[in-house]
Design a protein around this ligand. Structure first.
Ligand code: HEM
Length: 526
């Protein structure tokens, strides 16, 4: 720990030329910050020389101290003798069961297995991944989300850092040739042992940043765009794309949706005409995540007849003449680079065909389940962040003489949020467990329906929680940044999860159609 000061020493610094303050037992010299403080100079001078923790907490979000306050940190309150290494002191609580708790222990702010509950799904290796990703997200992501959202882009260093931390590789499907993976997996787990639950933890922890702009900006295009490459592309294409994208130096996106059709993929019209040694591609793609800055485009095109039998996948590259992208102005996920993409007489060599010509529809379907599981993980963590934020805020904000959480109406809102998030999480874990054990070739049929239903469950839960959290935060959820930063942003991002990857309406119907079909196969007596 840095220098220590007594409370009496701090109390001597109360003027405009020499102003200190104590916040959470740390001492800040804010003299040079007085003129720049967004809340005003006077309020800081009124609290100069004293412990202003309670007031600070009621006006700021926690990231402010990390991001801005750290520049003014000069030490801690106490004396040298106080410096005991608390790491060695073991806290034993008689109520604790199961494994060691992890995180802030805000009730329901993390999944139950974080908070000491028993679980059949996780072991030490999962805990190691959880710890590694949390550290990364707390220090490298959360403090900057608002800034990146406003800038509508992520810095290149973030991709590189996330790659080195193993997060990019942890968010894509299993790769048959591990030599294509440039860095170690999070927590140092051997690639061969990195399972579906490790992958779930990486995305869940990343989603704690409460920004679909960041999760999609970092791994949105990657997760879905690289899937067809991993599963179906030639060794040459894999060699060219996988290491570059997983080292954070290049970006990839998936181009399926068109201005004339979203969920109706079998009828896409972007044309790829066979010219002998190459395809000539013409068409438009819309709402393409990461399209603004992508180097590689995994594009679904029509190479054959109408309907699902005439679709193929081509790998199109940014520097091929005729490729243009423009940023779309969306209500949410701002830093993810959502693009309108045009292909005008683009010559694509035949070596860039992914898999087999006219087999594209099958590849699109194979991609859907992991994409939807990814949506469930993100949407449910976003809903959980709403709970966590409300729990924290509701314990400090007072109205009519009591804390928000002491009003039954607020507790009722929280209870309804919690029961939905916990139910969704249990269903998600059960589905992930199936993906780990069920033979790959029957997963599309057996899991497509339940995954679709669970996606609708997760996005409706997210919508419910974002709405209720916005009501609990009041005006703070109506202004960008500050204490309501996460809630305001998430509320704007709900549609980005409830519509793409299969809208709720399509998901619910697909879930039912699939369940009848599978039921019939299994001999259901209906
Ligand atoms: C290291 C010390 C401090 C830093 C770095 C800091 C930083 C900030 C920042 C960045 C904001 C803009 C809103 C946000 O992003 O949360 C803000 C607003 C504000 N701050 Fe501070 N602050 C500090 C200490 C204090 C203290 C000690 C008080 C007084 C009790 C205070 C009172 C306020 C108020 C009243 C606002 C306006 C809140 C609103 O918009 O509703 N700040 N501060």
């Amino acid at each position: 720990m840095a220098k220590t000061f007594t409370v009496d020493e701090v109390a001597k610094h109360t003027s405009e030329n020499d102003c200190w303050v104590i916040i959470h037992d740390k001492v800040y010299d804010i003299t040079k910050f007085l003129a720049d403080h967004p809340g005003g100079k006077k309020i800081l001078l009124k609290n100069a020389g004293i412990d202003a923790t309670e007031k600070f907490d009621s006006f700021h979000n926690a990231a402010v101290l990390e991001k801005i306050g750290s520049k003014f940190l000069i030490g801690a309150v106490g004396s040298a003798e106080d410096e005991v290494d608390t790491d060695d002191i073991e806290d034993v609580n008689p109520l604790m069961v199961g494994a060691n708790p992890f995180g802030d222990m805000v009730p329901y702010g993390d999944p139950m297995w974080y908070q000491d509950w028993y679980s059949p799904y996780y072991d030490e290796s999962h805990r190691a991944v959880r710890k590694a990703v949390r550290e990364f997200v707390d220090t490298e992501v959360i403090p900057y989300c608002h800034e990146w959202d406003e800038a509508k882009k992520l810095p290149r260093e973030l991709y590189i850092k996330a790659a080195k931390a193993g997060i990019l590789a942890g968010c894509v499907s299993e790769i048959a040739d591990p030599s294509l993976i440039p860095y170690k997996m999070p927590g140092g787990i051997e690639y061969e042992k990195f399972d579906a639950f490790h992958r779930m933890i990486v995305l869940d922890e990343l989603s704690r940043c409460a920004s679909g702009g960041v999760t999609w900006g970092l791994i949105g295009g990657l997760g879905i765009g690289i899937g067809p490459i991993i599963h179906f592309a030639s060794a040459e294409l894999q060699q060219k794309i996988i290491p570059a994208c997983l080292s954070g130096t290049k970006n990839i996106c998936l181009c399926i949706t068109e201005p004339t059709g979203g969920s109706d993929v079998a009828n896409l019209v972007t044309e790829a005409k066979d010219m002998g040694d190459h395809f000539l591609v013409n068409g438009e793609k819309k709402w393409i995540t990461n399209g603004v800055f992508a180097d590689f485009f995994t594009v679904a095109v029509r190479t054959g007849d109408k309907g699902f039998g005439g679709i193929s996948f081509l790998l199109i590259e940014r520097d091929m003449p005729g490729v243009t992208t423009r940023q779309m102005q969306c209500s949410g996920v701002w830093s993810s680079g959502t693009a309108y993409v045009t292909f005008e007489d683009v010559k694509v060599p035949k070596a860039n065909v992914i898999g087999q010509v006219n087999h594209g529809f099958k590849y699109i379907m194979t991609n859907f389940n992991p994409e939807r599981v990814g949506c469930i993980i993100q949407a449910n963590r976003f809903a959980r962040v709403c709970i966590e934020e409300c729990m924290k805020y509701g314990n400090k904000r007072k109205t009519f003489g009591k804390k928000l959480v002491d009003h039954p109406v607020i507790r009722n809102k929280l209870a309804h949020m919690i029961r939905q998030v916990e139910a969704t999480h249990c269903w998600l874990e059960s589905l992930v467990y199936q993906t780990r054990h069920m033979p790959a070739e029957i997963q599309a049929l057996r899991l497509g329906g339940p995954i679709a239903l669970c996606k609708a469950q997760a996005t409706q839960t997210f919508e419910y929680c974002a709405r209720e959290a916005a009501q609990i935060f009041g005006g703070l959820s109506y202004t960008r940044g500050g204490q309501g930063e996460k809630v305001e942003r998430l509320y704007r991002e709900v549609r980005a999860f409830a519509i793409p990857g299969g809208s709720e309406e399509i998901m619910l119907d697909l879930g039912m159609r699939q369940s009848f079909k599978v039921g019939q196969f299994l001999g259901a007596k209906m």
